[in-house]
Each structure stands twice: as structure tokens, then as C-alpha cells.
Design a protein around this ligand. Structure first.
Ligand SMILES: *Cc1c(COP(=O)(O)O)cnc(C)c1O
Length: 355
């Protein structure tokens, strides 16, 4: 499909395809890594309180109060924090701000599939760097001249975590390039690279409230880094949309980030459920990659991933299957509640013919 009315670049775009959000019916949704629990009650109340007549006014274009709350918890200053309408928007600004250069940006061949989409949007040259056979990022493979490196840690959809020593080696190897570490899943057992910001002005960390804080519907993401990187993001943002966060989202995000007890409680519950599900799937003949995220990436020794995904769908359970080279035999299963897992395992037993 194309039209003479379109700018030429639009015909060439190959947009990201989000996981399915069913419009009706009862589904067990283990396909888009949403948090299975309700958000902090304080966040919900703050959003309700913000629904008042001042909505007629624009929000604070700089989201100062939210930046202060994030900075306080991270031990940073507000000018080391950038906030945006979901981390997807923050990532889009980061690609625009840092990678439109002569050298390519380096991206693992298997990672968040939105990264190459931004490259096509902004006409950024990129190189795919293959993960090793165990689907790990190998830092030694990142050696060519580059405008930057981008990956998720823990990586998606593998769930594998890259230790900070490796990230530090990369930061040292590319002092003139921005290393973007997407920490969408860092709350589920990994150690954040935020402690490296002080020593590495080329490190940009991207976070989101969508997974860890159960606020995917609110659309709040942020970046942490040296103030010069943040200033670059502000320039892009203020050339694009000065008010990315509305009053409701800002109020909800502030209350959510201040409710640290909620995060600790929910993250530890999810990690326990993840480790139990890992074991249960291994017992059923799945090969399970060790995960530090709120999902598991698995393949079965006997049954095709597309077949399993289809059978689960017939039983109204959604999981994610990526038809991509090297991972076409894997399924990504988001961590759900204990009840979700019970239903999933019962369905799998049926599908794999154990009963
Ligand atoms: C979910 C996800 C995002 C997007 O988060 P939003 O804040 O909801 O836009 C970004 N990066 C990774 C790796 C993700 O899994």
C-alpha cells in the first residue's frame, strides 16, 4: 500500500507490531509482559485526584516534580533525568539525538524489535551483532566503529542479564559514542547500571513504569544519564512535543515511584512465580533460558513453537511467538499470577499429551 500523497520515507517504513490486546472476552494474557497485579493504590488515588478542573490548564512541560522524585530515588540530580510518553518515545528521541551520525549504531540481532524501526524512521544506519549460541550478548563482538550501541538489560525477549562489568567495558571502548541500556525489566532481579552514570558521560539508561509499576496504560518512561545527554533529549523533545506527560500520568507516576514498598513486594512475588514456572516448564521438557525479567523464553524439545502458541490460543491463553530467524522455535511467556500459571500448565499438559 502506498500513495503519491505520502512522503517517500513513509512507503519504506516497516513499523513495529505490538503484541495482541484482545478487545473482548476472557483471556489469560501472557503475551506483552504487563504486570499481572494492580498498580499501587496510591498511584490510582493520585490519578483520580488529578481529574479535577485544573485539567483545563497545560501540564508542567518540564515535569519538574516527577523528575525530582525519580532523581531522589536514584541518587541523581533532576538534570540527569528525562521523562517521556512511554519509554518508546524516550527511545525514539535518543535515537534521533545520538545516532544520526556517519557510523552505524550496533544492535544485537535478537533484542527489542523496536530499535531497528527507529533506525528506519530516522534513516540511521545500523548493524546487527549476533548473540552467541546461548543467546548471550558477547561484548568482544562489539568492536567496529559505531555511533553507539543499544540493547536491553535484561535483554528482551531472552531474559538474559548482562553483568555491569561487561557494560563498563563497552562504555570504555566507546568513549565518543552513546551506549543506551534499556532497563525495562531491571526491577526483576538485575542490578541497574545507574551507578555508572557518575563515571561515564556516554551512558544513557532507559526505564519504564509499564512493566515494573503495572502502569502500561499510563505511558510513562524516563531516561537517566549525564546532564549533557539529558539536555540533548530536551532539545529534541521541545522540537517535537513540549507536553509529553499529561497531568494524570504525572500524578500517577509520582505516587507510584514513591511507593517503594509496593515495588519491592510485587517484584519479589513475580520473581518467585518466575522461578517456580521455570522449574515447572523444565519438568515438562521445555528448554528454559535463565531469566531476570518478568517473562521466560522457552522452547520445547518435541513440539513446534507456532503449534504450541496456536493450541494455547484455542484455550484462550496468549503467549508471544516471534517468527524471526534463530528464535522461531521459542515462545515468550510473561509471568502471570499463580492462577494464570496453573491454567497455563494444565493447558500445556493437555497439549503435550500427558493426560
Ligand atoms: C515494554 C518495553 C519497552 C516499552 O515500554 P513503554 O514504556 O511501555 O513504551 C521498551 N523497551 C523494552 C525492552 C520493553 O520490553
Amino acid at each position: 500500500m502506498t500513495s503519491v500523497l505520502w512522503s517517500p520515507i513513509v512507503s519504506d517504513l516497516d513499523p513495529y507490531i505490538p503484541g495482541e490486546q484482545p478487545k473482548e472476552g476472557e483471556w489469560i494474557k501472557l503475551n506483552t509482559n504487563e504486570n499481572p497485579y494492580a498498580p499501587s493504590i496510591h498511584a490510582l488515588k493520585a490519578i483520580q485526584s488529578a481529574a479535577e478542573p485544573s485539567l483545563r490548564l497545560y501540564p508542567d512541560p518540564e515535569s519538574e516534580q516527577l523528575k525530582r522524585s525519580i532523581a531522589h530515588i536514584e541518587g541523581l540530580t533532576p538534570d540527569q533525568v528525562f521523562v517521556g510518553n512511554g519509554s518508546d518515545e524516550v527511545l525514539a528521541h535518543a535515537f534521533f539525538a545520538f545516532f544520526q551520525k556517519d557510523q552505524p549504531v550496533l544492535i544485537p540481532d535478537i533484542t527489542y524489535s523496536f530499535y531497528p524501526v527507529y533506525c528506519r524512521l530516522w534513516k540511521i544506519d545500523y548493524r546487527s551483532i549476533p548473540l552467541d549460541d546461548e543467546l548471550r550478548i558477547r561484548i568482544d563482538d562489539y568492536a567496529m566503529e559505531a555511533s553507539g550501541v543499544v540493547f536491553a538489560n535484561p535483554n528482551a525477549p531472552t531474559g538474559r542479564y548482562l553483568p555491569l562489568d561487561d557494560i563498563e567495558r563497552l562504555l570504555k571502548r566507546y568513549p565518543q559514542s552513546v551506549i543506551v541500556v534499556d532497563e525495562a525489566y531491571i526491577a526483576f532481579g538485575g542490578q541497574s547500571a545507574s551507578c555508572l552514570i557518575e563515571n561515564y558521560p556516554n551512558l544513557l539508561i532507559i526505564r519504564t513504569f509499564s512493566k515494573s509499576h503495572a502502569l502500561a496504560g499510563l505511558r510513562v518512561g524516563y531516561a537517566l544519564g549525564d546532564q549533557l545527554l539529558i539536555e540533548a533529549l530536551n532539545r529534541v523533545k521541545n522540537s517535537f512535543n513540549s507536553y509529553p506527560l499529561d497531568r494524570l500520568a504525572t500524578a500517577g507516576a509520582i505516587a507510584a515511584i514513591e511507593d517503594q514498598n509496593w515495588l519491592e513486594e510485587v517484584a519479589s512475588r513475580i520473581m518467585k512465580l518466575r522461578d517456580d514456572l521455570h522449574q515447572a516448564l523444565s519438568d515438562r521438557g521445555f528448554d528454559v533460558i535463565p531469566s531476570r525479567a518478568n517473562f521466560l523464553f522457552v522452547r520445547h524439545s518435541r513440539m513446534d513453537a507456532a503449534v504450541i502458541t496456536g493450541h494455547l490460543r484455542d484455550k484462550r491463553i496468549l503467549v508471544r511467538h516471534f517468527r524471526l530467524p534463530r528464535i522461531e522455535n521459542y515462545i515468550r511467556i510473561s509471568i502471570g499470577t499463580a492462577d494464570d500459571h496453573k491454567a497455563l500448565l494444565t493447558a500445556l499438559d493437555d497439549i503435550l499429551g500427558r493426560r
